[in-house]
Design a protein. Sequence first.
Length: 183
Amino acid sequence: MHDFTIRTQRLLIRTFQKEDWPAVYAYTADRSVMHFIPGGRMTEAETQSYVNRQADDAPEAYAVLLPSQERLIGHISFHPWFAPRTYEIGWVFHPDYYGRGYATEAARAMLDYGFETRNVHRVIATCQPENPASWRVMEKLGMTREGHFRQCIEQPGGIWWDEYFYAALKAEWQEITRSAASG
Ligand SMILES: CC(C)(COP(=O)(O)OP(=O)(O)OC[C@H]1O[C@@H](n2cnc3c(N)ncnc32)[C@H](O)[C@@H]1OP(=O)(O)O)[C@@H](O)C(=O)NCCC(=O)NCCS
């Protein structure tokens, strides 16, 4: 998986490099960006260690760059989940770049890659109902909402979060891709 690179119309998705950490810290330090990410906002040291881990042999997330601005603008997580040929996908972007379809474009490319190159059968994604930007991405990708788990994530202060559970199957994805190609 070293030197993994995917180009989309506007984006470059690649393996993290250790020097990427300051660009990642520009958004992992932001409490509002990290509100729904397990562990919440990161310190400099935590970001550095996260990026170092991803730059090693078995990455679980990939950097997303905007080549036109030579900027790292976010990352897509994509890694095996605990079921056969099932992966989990996730996304975190710098707020300066929200709302331009970048997360959807990057995730679509990772799903293509997973289904066509890694022989993945099913890709799942989860988010909180209070995070519409994230479940909109899942819907735009054509993933199906398979579940709404109630009060399944405990937060400090006696608060419980619900969770939406989405998935895409390889055959469905191929159908979506075929329909998109035929206009
Ligand atoms: C989720 C996230 C990656 C989306 O990135 P993005 O590049 O803005 O995503 P896209 O532009 O591809 O799509 C976002 C969609 O959500 C919609 N959206 C954004 N905020 C919304 C809101 N408050 N209510 C309803 N829809 C909203 C956008 O309008 C867009 O839909 P559209 O294309 O139909 O208009 C980004 O918001 C982010 O990094 N959030 C913080 C990290 C996070 O929560 N990650 C997910 C954890 S499960």
